[in-house]
Design a protein around this ligand. Structure first.
Ligand SMILES: *Cc1c(COP(=O)(O)O)cnc(C)c1O
Length: 220
């Protein structure tokens, strides 16, 4: 039997899937939505879920089968890292060496390699809401410094586009940041960019992973 909520999610998911080519990974951002929604999405075939808060990610990931992939994309708090490393498959928001150091030692302790994206700040004039992320100009040194941490598997760059201006320059910058990173770490070719409002544009600029919440699950 299909619940009303399942029908709703299934419909909006179908619309999004139609726009995403096979080589792009859809991460459904389930933050603030209940675990029952994640279970519906799992039943519909989705396997990648994004969370911004440790507590939510920890609870929901425990309820889903092991083949679900969990993406942590929120601001990192050092005291939450032990938990985040325990449940997340990918961290998208790495932008501080001290966090990398801690992630690496926790991952080694847990016998895993923690896959991480480096968050890049796409806010060219730095006067807007999004202050997270490192500058593209700092990327080579940051990536080089990260290479010393054996518990980290660097997979690519992540960025959040501007909310109130043209996202194209931002995603062009993310794409060039990816080129810069790959000169230092040749395998780190993933680009995590794009949300409900701008994912088509992010894909034009090479996004390999897009993070969509409200277009699938509704407004928060
Ligand atoms: C909330 C969030 C998303 C999803 O945003 P929607 O507009 O709901 O698609 C993607 N990425 C990050 C970093 C977020 O915080």
């Amino acid at each position: 039997m299909t619940s009303a909520r399942e029908g709703e999610i299934s419909q909006s998911l179908a619309l999004i899937r139609r726009e995403i080519p096979k080589h792009v990974t859809l991460i459904v951002v389930t933050k603030t939505f209940p675990a029952s929604d994640v279970q519906i999405l799992y039943g519909l075939g989705e396997r990648n879920f994004g969370e911004n808060r440790d507590s939510e990610g920890s609870e929901k990931s425990a309820l889903l089968p092991d083949d679900a992939q969990w993406h942590f994309q929120g601001a990192i708090q050092s005291n939450k890292l032990r938990s985040i490393v325990s449940w997340s498959d990918y961290i998208h928001s790495l932008d501080e060496i001290r966090h990398a150091e801690k992630i690496s030692s926790l991952a080694e302790e847990m016998n895993k390699k923690q896959s991480c994206f480096i968050q890049v700040n796409l806010d060219a004039d730095r006067i807007h809401e999004n202050r997270s992320g490192i500058k593209t100009s700092e990327l080579p040194k940051f990536a080089h410094d990260l290479a010393q941490f054996p518990g980290i598997n660097l997979v690519g760059v992540m960025g959040v586009g501007p909310l109130n201006s043209d996202p194209r320059p931002a995603f062009a910058e993310l794409q060039s940041a990816s080129q810069v990173l790959q000169k230092v770490v040749p395998g780190a070719s993933f680009i995590s960019g794009g949300m409900s409002g701008d994912f088509q544009i992010a894909m034009e600029y090479g996004a390999t992973h897009i993070r969509i919440g409200s277009s699938i699950l509704g407004s928060r």
